[in-house]
Design a protein around this ligand. Structure first.
Ligand SMILES: Cc1cc2nc3c(=O)[nH]c(=O)nc-3n(C[C@H](O)[C@H](O)[C@H](O)COP(=O)(O)OP(=O)(O)OC[C@H]3O[C@@H](n4cnc5c(N)ncnc54)[C@H](O)[C@@H]3O)c2cc1C
Length: 392
């Protein structure tokens, strides 16, 4: 069988999978290379919250595009399933951040997102037993929710294979090769794959491969944790996904009536690790900390119990936004990494963006310049990941 392709996509996380699907749907011969198994990297351990709340217009528009795809996933991905649960999404900010929240919601409405300010009484109805004394109003997205991450990535890859993508699992790309400054293919530990374009969608491992073509990708693999808590009896009803910027926490319902808790805290960028050698177990301290933060917002959880969790990786760039760019310029090598803990929900839009870039579409649906690699050297980072003050 021939090992020559139009494009090799390295990394079968959500973004590599969606990119491979999109490219194959446009008639290209695509290889998808994954060092582990599909979705076994950070994508499969994602909290997979699908919301559209962003503070820059491009990312909000990409999140909306992707939300529309998750809502009709089977139709787009040839009968696949993603387990989308439309529980809604609320964002909680302190009084001093209320104007910022209003500005974001106004921008969202211009983009076409269904988002509104709701009252504290409305929140109490959505999230029974919530502590609300520190809130004046709340941002609400009725259409948002969360997916099953592992199922989603595997469904996208299955659809991609149905459209002709060749999947190479347990295959590590060790270098991208150039000839005359243009992509010639990828060297893997299982042999070589020839291609005139290569997409590096390797998440925390992407810098190593980018370095093989002389590109420094500024991102750090950072260890983050997710903990599960069991509510007291009689309190396992679904509730909206909550982004609580006052307690620097997010939480959402999880299968089995559990509550999944993670942090939305800039300190997460401090926990830089070797992505091949980090502790995947949950720290006891994290369970106590996450539990306390959860109880501050939902005091009834004090009567619940902890139910495990795990550690995984964010690929964090200096401005917490991805690099989606051709580098070196004109080489046919495309970087697609650095999603910094919020890239799951963007997958379908990223696939579209990268495919447009690879194919040199003149008027792409999304203008990727915001995510160019040179923004860091130019001192022009994307603004607005942490638009709200984080307490604690
Ligand atoms: C705990 C946690 C919670 C999160 N919660 C959310 C959330 O609620 N909502 C949201 O939108 N985002 C969330 N994120 C972030 C989101 O999951 C990621 O941004 C997204 O999954 C990244 O996808 P990716 O395809 O870019 O990369 P990855 O998922 O990192 O996939 C990259 C893949 O490339 C493979 N690979 C790397 N190098 C090579 C190589 N040389 N050869 C072959 N294969 C290679 C890896 O094995 C991996 O499978 C969360 C992340 C974590 C860890």
């Amino acid at each position: 069988m021939s090992n020559a392709f139009n494009v090799v996509v390295v990394g079968a996380g959500i973004n590599g999978a969606c990119t491979a699907f999109e490219l194959a749907s446009r008639g290209l011969k695509v290889a998808l290379v994954e060092r582990l198994h599909v979705g076994e990297g950070p994508s499969g351990r994602s909290s997979a919250i699908i919301r559209t709340h962003y503070s820059n217009r491009l990312t909000a528009a990409m999140a909306l595009y992707s939300l529309r795809v998750f809502q009709r996933f089977a139709e787009v991905y040839d009968g696949g399933t993603c387990g989308f649960q439309n529980v809604g999404f609320v964002v909680l900010v302190s009084r001093k951040d209320l104007d910022g929240l209003r500005a974001n919601l106004a921008m969202h409405q211009q983009v076409g997102i269904r988002a509104e300010l709701i009252s504290v009484a409305d929140l109490a109805a959505l999230l029974p037993g919530a502590y609300t004394d520190d809130l004046e109003a709340v941002g609400y997205e009725p259409e948002s929710g969360y997916c099953d991450p592992y199922l989603t990535v595997n469904s996208v890859v299955q659809a991609a294979r149905g459209r002709g993508v060749r999947l190479f699992q347990v295959t590590t790309a060790t270098a991208v090769t150039l000839q005359g400054g243009r992509a010639a293919g990828v060297v893997t530990d299982q042999g070589e794959l020839a291609a005139g374009a290569v997409v590096i969608a390797g998440g925390p491992w992407a810098p190593a491969l980018a370095r093989s073509v002389g590109v420094e990708l500024p991102l750090n693999p950072c260890r983050v944790q997710v903990a599960f808590f069991r509510p007291p009896a009689g309190h396992d009803a679904p509730f909206p996904v909550v982004a609580d910027f006052i307690n620097a926490t997010y939480f959402r319902p999880e299968t089995g009536g559990l509550t999944l808790v993670g942090l939305v805290d800039p300190v997460e960028a401090n926990y830089v690790v070797d992505p091949d050698r980090y502790d995947e177990r949950l720290d006891r301290d994290f369970v106590l900390d996450a539990g306390e933060r959860l109880v501050r917002r939902r005091p009834l959880m004090e009567q619940g119990g902890s139910a495990g969790g795990y550690a995984a990786l964010y690929d964090i760039t200096p401005d917490w936004h991805p690099v989606i760019d051709e580098a070196p310029e004109g080489s046919g090598v495309f970087l697609c990494a650095g999603f910094s803990g919020h890239g799951f929900k963007l997958g379908p839009a990223v696939g579209r963006m990268v495919a447009d870039m690879v194919m040199g579409v003149e008027a792409p649906l999304f203008d990727a310049r915001l995510f160019r690699l040179s923004r860091f050297a130019e001192g022009d980072p994307v603004r607005g990941r942490y638009e709200y003050s984080i307490a604690g």
